[in-house]
Ligand binder design. Structure first.
Ligand SMILES: Cc1cc2nc3c(=O)[nH]c(=O)nc-3n(C[C@H](O)[C@H](O)[C@H](O)COP(=O)(O)OP(=O)(O)OC[C@H]3O[C@@H](n4cnc5c(N)ncnc54)[C@H](O)[C@@H]3O)c2cc1C
Length: 531
C-alpha cells in the first residue's frame, strides 16, 4: 500500500478494532491502523484468569500511574492500560456489563441526540454473539462472544444468597430488563478463551487487502493544514514516518492517550499547549478535562474451609488439576472472569437505581504482584458507579513518548466519600448474613479494628484504587467545554474524530468495554452513512 489511505485509525484497542473491521467490510475504503504495542501473542492474554498476570506485564500494558492523589493519602495509583492489539480489551477482566438504561438517556439529555438507550441498544445487539441466545436485549451472530463460566462455586453461591437475605434480588442477566440484583457475571469469552476486540473484530479484518495494520507504531502527532486533519506522524523502530488520510483521521487511543495525542497536536487548552511550547492549531479547553473513573474498595475475609483458589495454588496437586480442568474442559478458575459473581445495588432506599457494583472473588491478593495470599481468602469489593469527582489528563512535556499527568481527584466530592462509606458497610452487611458468615473465620483486611465511619473512610483512602474505567476526557456534547459532537467529530476541526472511552459524557454504571464497543459500532455506522 502507499502511504495514503481513506481513513487512519490511531490505536487498536476496543474501539480501534471495531472501526478497522467495519470501515473495511465493504471493500470500498482503505484503512491504516496504527498500534503502539505489538501483536497479542502472549498466552496469558487468552487465558481468562491471565488478566492477573498481564496486569503487571509492561510488554502488553502501559502501566501508567496517577499523580499523587491528595484525598487518597498522596498515593500514586496504578492505571493499567493495554498496549497490544486489542488494547485494554486484551488485558481486562472480561466482564460483560453494558450499564443502565438511564446512563444513555442521561447522555442524550445532556445534549447528545441519538445516544439514548433505545438508540444504543441495536448496536449492543449488533456487536453481540450471546451464548444464551437472542431476546429483546441480546443479539446473536455478532463478532463479540458473550458467555457464562461453566462453574459454580460454593462461596459465590453463598454471596448470592447473602444478597437475597439482605433484600437484593437475584438477577440472571445484568444486561437485560433491569441491572439491579446479584448473580453470576457473563464475560467476553469464546470456548473458554478471551474474546478481545482483536479476536472478535480485528483478526477477521486482517485478511482484507484494504486494511494495513502497523504494530509498534506510536503516533506522535495528527498532521493538520489549518483546521483540517490530513494525516498522522508516527514512530516505528525509532524512525519518524508519515501517512495521509484522504477522508478522516480517527483517534482511538483511549481515555488517557486520545487527549494526550490531541494536545501534542496543538488541539487543547491554550495555556497548557503554550506552557509546553506547542503551536496552537485549535484552542479547545475541554481536551483532557472531565476525567473520571470508578473507585473501588476491597474487603478480604479468611475462609473457614480450604475451598478458595488460594488453597488450589498452595497445593501442587490441586494446581495441576486446575491446569487439567482448563486444558480438557475450559473450566475451573483459569476460565474465570475478574469477579465470578457480583451485583448492583442501592446504598440508600430513596435512590431510583443502583449506585454501587459488587465483585465477588473466591480468592484474595494484595494486588502488588500476581500472587495470591497464603491463607484461604476470599474478597468482596464495592465501587461507586457514578462518581461526581472530576480530574484531568495533561501532557507533562512535548515529548510524545512521555506519559501524561493523570490526576483523577478521587473523592474530591463529599458525595463520593459517602457512597464509598455506605458501600463498604453494605458488603460487610452481606458478610454478616448467615449465608456468608458460616464461611468466615475472620475479616483480614481492613479487619475488625476498622469500625467507625472515619476508620472506614481512611481505609478507602489508603487502599482504594481504580477499577480501570477511565472515561470522559474528550467529552461528547455541544457546550463550550465539549470536545466532540454527537457524531464524534472534533469541534472546530475537519476530518478528525475521536472514538473511544474518552467521548463518554459520564461513565456508564458498570464495566466499560461493552459500551466502548457499542460507541465504535454506532460511530462506524454513522461514518459509513456519510454523516
Ligand atoms: C486491567 C483492566 C481491567 C478491566 N476490566 C474490565 C472488565 O472486566 N470489563 C469491562 O467491560 N471493561 C474492563 N476494563 C475497561 C475496558 O477494557 C476499557 O474501557 C476499554 O477497553 C477501553 O477501550 P478504548 O478503545 O477506549 O481504549 P484501549 O482499549 O485502551 O485502546 C487504546 C489503544 O490505543 C493504543 N495507543 C495509545 N496511544 C497510542 C499512540 N500514540 N499511537 C498508537 N497507538 C496508541 C494503545 O496501545 C491501545 O491499544 C478494564 C480495563 C483494564 C485496563
Amino acid at each position: 500500500m502507499s502511504n495514503s489511505y481513506d481513513y487512519i485509525i490511531v490505536g487498536a484497542g476496543s474501539a480501534g478494532c471495531v472501526l478497522a473491521n467495519r470501515l473495511t467490510e465493504s471493500g470500498q475504503h482503505t484503512v491504516l491502523l496504527l498500534e503502539s504495542g505489538g501483536r497479542d501473542t502472549n498466552r496469558w492474554i487468552h487465558i481468562p484468569i491471565g488478566f492477573g498476570k498481564v496486569m503487571f506485564d509492561r510488554e502488553v500494558n502501559w502501566m501508567f500511574e496517577t499523580e499523587p492523589e491528595p484525598r487518597m493519602n498522596g498515593r500514586n495509583i496504578k492505571v493499567p492500560r493495554g498496549r497490544v492489539l486489542g488494547g485494554s480489551s486484551s488485558i481486562n477482566g472480561l466482564l460483560y456489563v453494558r450499564g443502565q438504561r438511564e446512563d444513555f438517556d442521561d447522555w442524550r439529555d445532556l445534549g447528545n441526540p441519538g445516544w439514548g438507550y433505545e438508540d444504543c441498544l441495536p448496536y449492543f445487539k449488533k456487536s453481540e454473539d450471546q451464548a444464551r441466545g437472542a431476546d429483546d436485549w441480546h443479539g446473536i451472530g455478532g463478532p463479540l462472544s458473550v458467555s457464562d463460566v461453566k462453574d459454580r462455586h460454593p462461596l459465590a453461591d453463598s454471596f448470592i444468597e447473602a444478597g437475597e437475605a439482605a433484600g437484593i434480588r437475584r438477577n440472571h442477566d445484568f444486561n437485560g430488563e433491569s441491572q439491579e440484583g446479584v448473580g453470576y457475571f457473563q464475560g467476553t469469552a469464546r470456548n473458554g478463551l478471551r474474546c478481545s476486540a482483536a479476536v472478535a473484530y480485528l483478526r477477521p479484518a486482517m485478511r482484507r487487502s484494504n486494511l494495513e495494520v502497523i504494530t509498534h507504531a506510536h503516533a506522535s502527532r495528527v498532521l493538520t493544514t489549518g483546521l483540517r486533519a490530513h494525516g498522522v506522524e508516527f514512530v516505528v523502530d525509532g524512525a519518524k514516518r508519515q501517512a495521509f488520510a484522504t477522508r478522516e483521521v480517527i483517534v482511538a487511543a483511549g481515555a488517557i492517550q486520545s487527549p494526550q495525542l490531541l494536545q501534542l497536536s496543538g488541539i487543547g487548552p491554550a495555556d497548557l499547549l503554550q506552557r509546553h511550547g506547542i503551536d496552537i492549531v485549535h484552542a479547545l479547553a475541554g481536551v483532557g478535562q472531565n476525567f473520571h473513573d470508578h473507585l473501588q474498595s476491597r474487603v478480604i475475609w479468611e475462609c473457614t474451609q480450604p475451598i478458595t483458589v488460594n488453597d488450589d495454588l498452595m497445593s501442587p496437586w490441586r494446581k495441576m488439576m486446575l491446569g487439567a480442568k482448563f486444558a480438557l474442559n475450559r473450566s475451573g478458575p483459569l476460565s474465570w472472569y475478574a469477579g465470578l459473581a457480583g451485583g448492583f445495588s442501592r446504598t440508600r432506599p430513596e435512590l431510583t437505581r443502583p449506585d454501587v457494583q459488587f465483585h465477588f472473588f473466591p480468592y484474595s491478593t494484595d494486588r502488588t504482584d500476581p500472587s495470591l495470599h497464603k491463607y484461604s481468602g476470599f474478597t468482596m469489593s464495592v465501587c461507586n458507579l457514578r462518581p461526581e469527582s472530576r480530574g484531568t489528563v495533561e501532557i507533562k512535556s512535548a515529548d510524545p513518548s512521555a506519559a501524561p499527568a493523570i490526576q483523577p481527584n478521587f473523592l474530591e466530592r463529599e458525595s463520593d466519600v459517602a457512597t464509598m462509606l455506605d458501600g463498604v458497610k453494605l458488603i460487610r452487611k452481606l458478610a454478616a448474613t448467615p449465608a456468608l458468615s458460616r464461611w468466615i473465620k475472620c475479616e483480614r483486611d481492613p479487619g475488625p479494628g476498622c469500625a467507625s465511619d472515619d476508620e472506614i473512610i481512611d481505609f478507602v483512602r489508603n487502599k482504594g484504587f481504580t477499577v480501570y474505567h477511565p472515561v470522559g476526557t474528550c467529552r461528547m456534547g455541544s457546550d463550550q467545554a465539549a470536545v466532540v459532537d454527537q457524531k464524534l467529530r472534533v469541534h472546530g476541526m475537519q476530518n478528525l474524530r475521536v472514538i473511544d472511552a474518552s467521548v463518554m459524557p459520564a461513565v456508564t454504571s458498570g464495566n466499560t468495554n461493552a459500551p466502548v464497543i457499542m460507541i465504535a459500532e454506532k460511530a462506524a455506522d454513522s461514518i459509513l452513512r456519510g454523516e
